[in-house]
Write a protein that binds this ligand. Structure first.
Ligand SMILES: NC(=O)c1ccc[n+]([C@@H]2O[C@H](COP(=O)([O-])OP(=O)(O)OC[C@H]3O[C@@H](n4cnc5c(N)ncnc54)[C@H](OP(=O)(O)O)[C@@H]3O)[C@@H](O)[C@H]2O)c1
Length: 352
């Protein structure tokens, strides 16, 4: 039977995030992984030969025998998902956008540019309007849209309902980030066993600036960063998947823990309104148990697409504190890009 789904390409398809793209797209109702692209080391090989498959389910058949393409080959897919290392993403993603592709990127390279949307569809779907400016500024027939860093996205999903209901004045966050966030093979095992590494390059800056863009203003003159302060401390911990973050916030108007929980649980956005295929029915799920969320138990809730909050309680310093956990390669990376593509398709912005 003919596969009528929209063909899409994955750049960096052999990597940690790339594999997650392949897995999610193989089962996707609208998109099919038609072109898999990786470095010169892999180009020309079959996907099964070039990829050290690290996910717990089998490698999807639709991908296993595909020949991996090199970055200089022309791609036919109108939609290109990028899971490239930042060092090489800039030029490659721009070339794809110039030649008419919709590029949905996980990479930090273009996130903070003034004509590039940094999207979480539940939080700032209206930022897609900047795509028109981007095309005009750059003379591109395609475009680049990005999703945030894997720890930013889960924190911001939890912050948005608080900001909407009570306003935000300050955010203090300490992360415990999974090893898969560093790609594969990632952090050497001798650095990780029996250990915590209290530094992840550029991560703290990304959490601060991306949060301000996501929760800031947007109008005809572009983006205005949110004015509240964000202070982040980021740590790598010996967890396989799932970033856990301890967050304290100062709100503009008073909020009890029950008020915060009610705001989070009733929060919905554009993906739920449009019933997008990858949308979790409830983007922020609150656990009441004293010892949840935990990465081993909770990261796959809602197929890894929700942010799981727990321990909402008073903070003697800032007013309210809580823990948020989320899957870093699903909602924190590949799943986020795919949800962005679903939104853009529904809004008529994909070059189909
Ligand atoms: N891991 C996460 O949780 C996470 C979350 C959010 C965002 N991100 C971002 O997503 C991107 C990918 O991360 P990852 O963790 O998947 O990395 P990764 O496991 O190291 O995979 C990198 C991919 O890029 C390809 N590649 C490597 N060097 C290349 C080069 N010089 N030219 C062209 N292609 C090259 C690799 O192909 P070969 O196999 O052929 O070498 C592989 O497919 C990064 O920008 C990262 O910051 C990651």
């Amino acid at each position: 039977m003919r596969d009528e789904r929209i063909p899409v390409a994955v750049l960096g398809a052999t990597g940690s995030v790339g594999q997650r793209f392949v897995q999610l797209l193989a089962a996707h109702p609208w998109f099919r992984p038609a072109e898999l692209v990786a470095s010169e080391r892999s180009a020309g090989k079959r996907y099964r030969e070039a990829t050290d498959w690290r996910l717990d389910a089998f490698m999807p058949e639709i991908a296993a025998d595909q020949r991996i393409r090199g970055y200089n080959e022309d791609l036919e897919s109108p939609v290109v998902f990028s899971a490239l290392p930042a060092e090489v993403a800039g030029e490659i993603e721009q070339r794809m956008a110039r030649s008419g592709h919709a590029v949905l990127s996980n990479t930090r390279t273009h996130r903070m540019e003034s004509d590039v949307p940094l999207l979480i569809p539940e939080v700032n779907a209206e930022h897609i309007a900047v795509i028109e400016t981007q095309r005009r500024n750059r003379g591109w027939s395609g475009f680049i849209a990005t999703n945030p860093n894997c720890s930013t996205i889960h924190m911001v999903l939890a912050l948005k309902p608080i900001q909407q209901a009570f306003g935000l004045e300050a955010v203090l966050v300490t992360t415990m980030q999974a090893v898969s966030g560093a790609g594969y093979p990632g952090v050497p095992s001798l650095d990780m066993i029996d250990n915590i590494v209290p530094y992840i390059g550029d991560e703290e800056e990304k959490m601060q600036t991306e949060t301000q863009k996501l929760l800031g203003g947007f109008g005809p003159d572009g983006f205005t960063p949110a004015e509240f302060i964000v202070s982040a401390s980021c740590n790598r911990v010996p967890v396989r998947d799932g970033h856990t973050e301890c967050v304290s916030v100062r709100t503009s108007s008073p909020a009890t823990p029950d008020d915060v929980i009610a705001a989070m649980e009733s929060f919905r956005g554009k993906p739920q309104e449009l019933d997008l295929p990858s949308a979790p029915p409830q983007p922020v799920i609150v656990r009441r148990e004293a010892n949840r969320p935990q990465p081993a138990l909770d990261r796959d809730t809602a197929r890894g697409m929700a942010s799981i909050v727990g321990r909402v309680r008073p903070c003697p310093l800032l007013g309210t504190k809580f823990v948020v956990l989320g899957h870093n390669t699903v909602r924190g990376a590949a799943g986020a890009s795919i949800l962005n593509a679903e939104l853009l398709k529904e809004e008529g912005l994909l070059p189909l």
